[in-house]
Ligand binder design. Structure first.
Ligand code: T4K
Length: 376
C-alpha cells in the first residue's frame, strides 16, 4: 500500500496556532495603548505567567533563543574555552563564537544523547570557564553529575534548554539547574511566540543585569553599563505567548499520546531504537527521534527518502554534527575519533513528525512505513 499524506506534505513539526479570532482582542489592546516593544505590558505579563507555569524564579524574555544564549554568556562574563556537545543545533556553538569563546566538543552519552558526564573532566584545561550542555530533544541532562564536576573545577553551567520547555527532573523544573538556562520559543518549538526565547535565572540581581544587557546596556536614559544588544521581545510576540500558554497543557498531552503511539507501533521493529526517557523525569515530547541501526533492512537515508516519497518529511536533527561544519572542523576536539558516539548517532537519526494537530492516521501510516519497509 502506498501511503501518501492527504494532499499536503507532513513536516517534522507544525506550529500550534490558536483560532485567529482569539488573537484579535490582544492586537486591539496593543493598538489601543500603542506600546509596541521595550518591555511593555504583554512582555511583563508573559514573563510572570511563564515563571508560574514553568516553576522558575526569574525569566527574561528575548527576541529569539540565539540572542538569549549570546547574552547568557555575556552575563556570566564567560571567556576562554567552554565544553559543549556537538550533537545540537548549530546555534549552541555559534553563541560561543559570537563571544570569542573556543568551543571544546565532548562526546555524548549513547542513551540520553546528551553530553556524557564521564568525558567532561578529561576536556577541562586551565582555559575552561564553563560547560554548556543541551537538554537534547527535551531529555534532561545528568544535571547532578554535571553540577558536581562544575563545582569541583569552579566552572559555570549554562544549559541550552531550547528544547526543554516544561521538562521536569528530580521533582522540579529542569530549568532550575545550572547557573542559567536558555529557552527557545521559535515557531518549531513546543511553546512558540513565532520567534522568541528566554533566559531563566535564580535571583533578581541577575535578572536585572540580563534585562540591561538585552536593552543595549541601558540602566536609565543616560547610563549604559555594558555593550548590550537589542534582544527584546516585541509586544505582538509576547501577546501571542500569553494566549498560547492557555492551550499548552492540551498540546503537551497530545504530543505525549503521539509519542506513546509511535513507541507502541515501533516496539520490536528490528534495527529501530526509540529514545528512552527513563523514570523520574517528565519530558515534553518536543521531538520523536528514532535511530536506524545496521540491523534495519534500509540505510537511514533510504528510510528518510522513503518517508519523504510518501509525503512524510522527517528531519535528520542533528546531522551533520556541529563539529563537522567548516568553522568548527579544524578544532582538535572536533575530530570524529573524539566523538564516536555522536558521529554514529548523527548518521542513524531521523526525527519523525510530531505536533498536536498530527492526525492519528498519519502517525499510524508513518509507523507502518517504518515497520514494514519494502526492500527493493
Ligand atoms: N539551541 C538549540 C538546541 C536549538 O535547537 C535552537 C533552535 C537554538 C538553540 C536557537 O533557538 P532560536 O534562535 O531558533 O530561537 C529549526 C529552527 O529554526 C530552530 O529554532 C531550531 N532550534 C532547529 C532545531 O530547527 P530548521 O532550519 O530545521 O527549521 P525549518 O524552517 O526547516 O522548519 C522545520 C519544519 O517546521 C519545516 O519543514 C516546516 C515546519 N515549519 C517551520 C516554520 C519556521 C512550519 O510549519 N512553520 C514555520 O513557521 O531550524
Amino acid at each position: 500500500m502506498k501511503v501518501r499524506a492527504q494532499n499536503t506534505a507532513i513536516y517534522v513539526t507544525q506550529p500550534q496556532l490558536p483560532p485567529l479570532a482569539e488573537f484579535i482582542p490582544y492586537l486591539e489592546q496593543i493598538w489601543a495603548n500603542k506600546t509596541l516593544t521595550n518591555c511593555g505590558p504583554f512582555h511583563q505579563q508573559l514573563e510572570q505567567a511563564l515563571c508560574e507555569y514553568l516553576g522558575v524564579k526569574h525569566l527574561a524574555l528575548f527576541a529569539n533563543g540565539t540572542l538569549a544564549l549570546v547574552t547568557a554568556l555575556q552575563c556570566l562574563r564567560i571567556t576562554g574555552e567552554v565544553i559543549t556537545t556537538p550533537y545540537s543545533f548549530v546555534a549552541t556553538a555559534h553563541s560561543l563564537l559570537w563571544n570569542g569563546i573556543k568551543p571544546v566538543f565532548v562526546d555524548i552519552d549513547p542513551h540520553s544523547l546528551n553530553l556524557d558526564p564521564d568525558r567532561i573532566e578529561a576536556a577541562i584545561t586551565p582555559q575552561t570557564t564553563a560547560i554548556m550542555p543541551v537538554h537534547c530533544y527535551g531529555q534532561s541532562c545528568d544535571v547532578a553529575r554535571i553540577q558536581k564536576i562544575a563545582d569541583s573545577y569552579g566552572l559555570k553551567v549554562i544549559y541550552d534548554a531550547a528544547h526543554a520547555f516544561g521538562v521536569h527532573c528530580h521533582g522540579g523544573s529542569v530549568l532550575n539547574h545550572g547557573d542559567l538556562s536558555v529557552l527557545s520559543f521559535h515557531a518549531t518549538k513546543v511553546f512558540n511566540t513565532f520567534e522568541g526565547g528566554a533566559i531563566v535565572c535564580a535571583d533578581a540581581k541577575t535578572k536585572q543585569h540580563i534585562d540591561h544587557l538585552k536593552n543595549f546596556g541601558f540602566v536609565d536614559e543616560v547610563t549604559v553599563i555594558a555593550p548590550g544588544i537589542n534582544g527584546k521581545m516585541s509586544e505582538i510576540n509576547a501577546a501571542f505567548g500569553v494566549l498560547q500558554l492557555k492551550g499548552i497543557d492540551k498540546a503537551l498531552d497530545k504530543r505525549r499520546c503521539i509519542d506513546a503511539r509511535y513507541r507502541a507501533a515501533l516496539q520490536g521493529v528490528t534495527g529501530i531504537r526509540c529514545l528512552d526517557y527513563g523514570t523520574g523525569s517528565k519530558p515534553n515530547h518536543s521531538y520523536f527521534p528514532i535511530l536506524v541501526g545496521s540491523e534495519y533492512p534500509l540505510e537511514r537515508d533510504a528510510l528518510y527518502e522513503k518517508l519523504k516519497d510518501n509525503g512524510f518529511h522527517g528531519r535528520r536533527y542533528f546531522y551533520p554534527l556541529i563539529s563537522e561544519f567548516p568553522m568548527y572542523r579544524g578544532l582538535a576536539s572536533a575530530a570524529p575519533a573524539n566523538l564516536p558516539v555522536a558521529t554514529r548517532v548523527a548518521r542513524e537519526v531521523i526525527c519523525l513528525p510530531i505536533y498536536p494537530d498530527l492526525a492519528w492516521e498519519q502517525v499510524d501510516a508513518i509507523a507502518d512505513l517504518i515497520a514494514h519497509p519494502k526492500v527493493p
